[in-house]
Design a protein around this ligand. Sequence first.
Ligand code: FDA
Length: 309
Amino acid sequence: MLRASLLAAARSTRMRSLIETVPATRAVVGRFVAGSATEDAVRAVRELTEAGLRISLDHLGEDTTDARQADVTVQAYQAMLAALAAEGLASGADVSVKLSAVGRSLPVDGEKIALENARKICVSAAAMGATVTLDMEDHTTTDSTLGILRQLRVDFPWVGAVLQAYLRRTEQDCRDLSGAGSRVRLCKGAYSEPESVAYQEKSEVDRSYVRCLRILLEGNGYPMIASHDPRIIAIAEELIAETGRTADDHEFQMLYGIRPEEQRRIAAESRTMRVYVPYGDEWYGYFMRRLAERPANLTFFLRGLASKS
Ligand code: FDA
């Protein structure tokens, strides 16, 4: 109930202007978002890299309905990749891109524009030795994202995508994307989805995650295990051993600011741990999804507001 309300609020412009204008919000948001500017992102990447972690940078933004804004987002990715390269941090880095931030929601030719914009980001990433992963948004966009992925992979075979275990279709998508060269980030899923397309109970989502992960680990691609859930991580470790995977043919991933000690523990065991680092001013939707995932975050948020107001 609380999750559904927070996810509804994530899409509400009224709530957005209310929450964004509370001065103390920013301090709390800072736990999950690396900062506003490219320099903030570079600083966070430097710190994480020095701690033995890999990164995937996300320039925050979604549901853009303005073509100029989509261009600005592409330029932000390009500037960020150049800034990382200037510091020697781009090689092996990844960037995460939401297709709705680069034009897919535009009323005319949205998909075509998103494909072209994603292509520009891929060109820049390739020049810097970085990779690109397409984030997955709500279920109405899954086919479109996978279609754009297929087209990008013709020229950039290393482009990855996110699959969401809460969707009933995802086992089949995992089968389709478990071939050689394929990079799949498997997560549980963060949007409010109807029963007709998505499992609703946590236990069902977790079981689906394990089935999907088994398919990916038994395949020939590069699975990216994106979860903070200790049970999922323990099961993943068993499946990795069972399927004979080695340290360099899969990776673990977590979000910036969530279970940082666990991130370092996994990295210290010579395993790849990549941290998803969001930055930029358009943090509202991302932040609300993080609140929805864990009631304790809402308490933390409200306490932060109370102590600073
Ligand atoms: P679960 O939600 O069951 O949490 C397990 C435990 O992890 C909790 O008990 C708590 O300890 C910790 N935890 C989880 N979330 C927390 C939070 N917000 N704050 C504090 N602690 C928390 N989703 C999507 O729909 N599309 C996408 O493209 C992506 N991309 C993505 C990339 C990466 C690298 C990650 C790690 C996750 C995503 N997600 C995503 C989000 C994902 O779908 C999911 O909502 C969250 O990862 C939470 O699910 P967990 O697997 O962590 O388990």
